[in-house]
Design a protein around this ligand. Structure first.
Ligand code: ASP
Ligand code: MG
Length: 424
């Protein structure tokens, strides 16, 4: 069987975690595996700091890179002991290139620079895992996703050129499998433009990378290995007594991911659905457990209500100053601004004389928005709010989430209730 596995940052956060990955891989001796791996632990966040420092020329780059080196060196030390020379030398080249880059002036495009630097987290983690597997005689080959995942140049949110990607992945991976390598280690999150520059696919995009590989290879299945037992009906951070969704449909999973269920990246499902490739979500702590499967049948979708919480929301209402109706022309103006500023609406609603939307508080510069619209509109806002979405709701589930809350906005369809609420 050809299977695609994805291991996120938490599953390679230290030496023990990397050993655990190898234990999981050993459970599949008869399969051909493409293993997509993220940057180790919180490396991506740390690299974002490097980018900011480089961009702002604040002189901290060197120290930040040193911290990252120390973090990875520690893992290498524990994994390889006195045999770390080869992998250390390989990584040293990457660190030195990064340091060299940071000593030059940035181009005029922050997002471009971001992709060139932040992508290194995945390159480094996969080099380490690959070297480790070979050191314990679990032969694998290392595949540079920057050479096979073809994208446009929408930095930080690159879109896939499916045709080119399919051809490249098929050729490369099949050659590897033919030459007897049954485990291929590659990176999540990254790709390349036609000119050969590195792109990234959006934060947490490694799930999507796994789906890209699976789609292009017509894989038998995909497994995302997580630190949770599978897809739960709510985030345990906000909810007691969560229930495992053992089997749900692609459609249901797309809805849940769209509304903000953070277990899988929202772009992951589409390619898998198109080729009817089942997606397993399993625990890397307890790999024997069944976990969840996302597949085509919708028969179990309504069995368990699901709750998706988005905290720290801001509700923004925009009304024409002359009290005229909000018409398409106004909406066009508002949407153009939101698009230009990269503000993602989590819910929207309009009345005769105003347009309202909720978004993550951290993703909006509210003062800038107010100034922008100041000539012709009144802008009001309300925060901090929470947005809860209930799939397959009933009166009891709505009651459960609205206790001690004031509901400010409510939308219901047959399957889904959405409530914007204030703590009281
Ligand atoms: N390392 C990237 C991130 O943290 C991609 C991923 O983990 O999926 O966003
Ligand atoms: Mg990550």
């Amino acid at each position: 069987m050809c299977r695609v596995f994805k291991f996120g940052g938490a599953s390679v956060k230290d030496a023990n975690a990397v050993r655990n990955v190898s234990d999981i891989l050993k459970r599949y001796p008869d399969d051909q595996l493409v293993v997509v791996i993220s940057a180790m632990g919180k490396t991506t966040n740390a690299l974002e700091k490097v980018v900011d420092s480089y961009w702002n020329k604040d002189g901290n780059c060197k120290d930040l890179i040193e911290e990252l080196k120390v973090f990875h060196r520690q893992i290498i030390q524990e994994l390889f002991g006195s045999n770390s020379e080869y992998i250390s030398a390989e990584l040293e080249i990457i660190w030195q290139d990064l340091a060299k880059k940071c000593a030059t002036d940035p181009s005029d495009n922050y997002h471009f620079e971001y992709d060139q630097i932040v992508s290194l987290g995945e390159v480094i983690s996969t080099k380490i895992v690959h070297a480790y597997l070979n050191s314990i005689e679990l032969e694998s080959s290392w595949l540079d996703a920057r050479k096979v995942v073809a994208t446009d140049n929408k930095w930080r949110e690159a879109r896939i050129n499916w045709k080119a990607t399919e051809q490249k992945i098929k050729n490369t991976v099949q050659d590897e499998f033919k030459s007897g390598h049954n485990i291929i280690i590659s990176q999540g999150f990254i790709g390349h433009t036609p000119e050969g520059f590195t792109t990234t696919l959006g934060r947490e995009g490694s799930d999507f990378s796994a789906a890209i590989f699976a789609y292009c290879l017509d894989a038998d299945d995909v497994t995302i290995w997580k630190d949770v037992p599978g897809m739960l009906n709510a985030d345990p951070k906000w909810f007691d007594n969560t229930i495992l969704l053992e089997k749900i449909s692609f459609r249901e999973a797309i809805e849940l991911a769209y509304f903000g269920a953070s277990v899988i990246h929202p772009r992951t499902i589409q390619p898998l659905k198109r080729k009817n490739i089942p997606l397993y979500i399993k625990s890397f702590v307890n790999p024997e457990a069944k976990g969840s499967v996302i597949q085509s049948s919708e028969e179990n979708d309504g069995n368990v209500p699901s709750f998706i919480f988005r905290m720290n929301q801001i509700l923004v209402s925009i009304s024409p100053k002359d009290f005229s109706f909000v018409i398409e022309e106004n909406l066009e103006e508002i949407f153009a601004y939101l698009n230009q500023e990269g503000i993602r609406m989590n819910i929207m609603q309009n009345s005769a004389v105003s347009f309202s939307f909720c978004c993550d508080r951290s993703k909006i510069d509210i003062q800038k928005l107010i100034e922008h619209f100041n000539d012709s509109y009144i802008v009001k806002y309300n925060e901090p709010l929470e947005l809860v979405t209930i799939r397959h709701y009933d009166d009891a589930t709505i009651k459960r989430v609205t206790t001690d809350k004031k509901v400010i906005l409510e939308q219901k369809t047959r399957e889904t209730a959405r409530l914007v609420m204030l703590n009281i």
